[in-house]
Write a protein of this length. Structure first.
Length: 237
């Protein structure tokens, strides 16, 4: 997987309902073109692990900021993923190097953590609606099977989420891909040349990310720079 560039913004109940209606029901929003969206809610149970007692120790030992086991369920179908992330924070925008793999038996991984001296650090419960969108400000477009997308347009992954009872929208772009899986999934074609992520410098992608947030009717200045651990700790501890 490539490098993720993402931000999250807290929402009021009214903002959450407006975004749900625009993106997942009507599938239209001024300035935004919805490529795919589903009204089916995804349930994600995240377990985070560490060997150390404090954030300072983790940083000193250069432990990845995220060591996560995720159990994801849609309509009763369950999948588990193991993820390692190294992240930096730049003006409230996360830049993540993520590696992730499918896990067939999560209990084996939990046993490994226990034997290797890791402890469960904290849990996160997320309910999400997922969509892929582009900015609707281009005149030229090519048919990619599920929507009109201009060659090379930046594809935004939007998730409307409830995390431990808190409402947020998360938006990310990926600066590069190891495979054409995402492009092919979106385009329904056999070639990533037809419809792909823009290969732009990070600074350009960050600017496009904030432009997309504005198109959603939100203020980029409202982005929450805290990690989920900090957010959950400060609200529930």
């Amino acid at each position: 997987m490539g490098k993720e560039i993402e931000l999250k913004i807290p929402l009021s109940q009214a903002q959450y309902e407006d975004l749900y209606k625009n993106i997942f029901v009507e599938k239209k929003c001024a300035g935004v073109k919805v490529l795919d969206s589903s009204g089916e809610q995804i349930y994600k149970h995240d377990e985070y692990f560490t060997k150390y007692a404090t954030l300072e120790e983790r940083a000193e030992k250069n432990e990845p900021q995220v060591i996560r086991l995720r159990t994801e369920s849609v309509r009763g179908n369950k999948q588990c993923f193991f993820t390692i992330k190294r992240k930096t924070l730049q003006n409230g925008i996360e830049v993540n190097k993520e590696d992730e793999t499918l896990v067939s038996d999560e209990n084996v991984l939990r046993l490994f953590f226990e034997e290797a001296g890791y402890r469960r650090w904290f849990n996160k419960e997320k309910k999400a609606y997922s969509s892929h969108c582009v900015l609707d400000d281009e005149n030229e477009a090519s048919d990619c099977g599920i929507g009109q997308v201009k060659l090379g347009q930046t594809i935004f992954h939007l998730e409307l989420v409830e995390v431990n009872k808190m409402l947020y929208v998360e938006v990310e772009v990926v600066s590069e891909y190891d495979t054409a899986e995402t492009e092919n999934k979106l385009c329904g074609k056999g070639s990533a040349d037809l419809c792909g992520q823009k290969k732009l410098p990070e600074s350009n992608l960050k600017a496009e990310l904030e432009k997309f947030v504005v198109a959603l009717g939100l203020n980029p200045a409202d982005k929450d720079p805290r990690s989920w651990y900090q957010i959950i700790s400060e609200n529930f501890c």
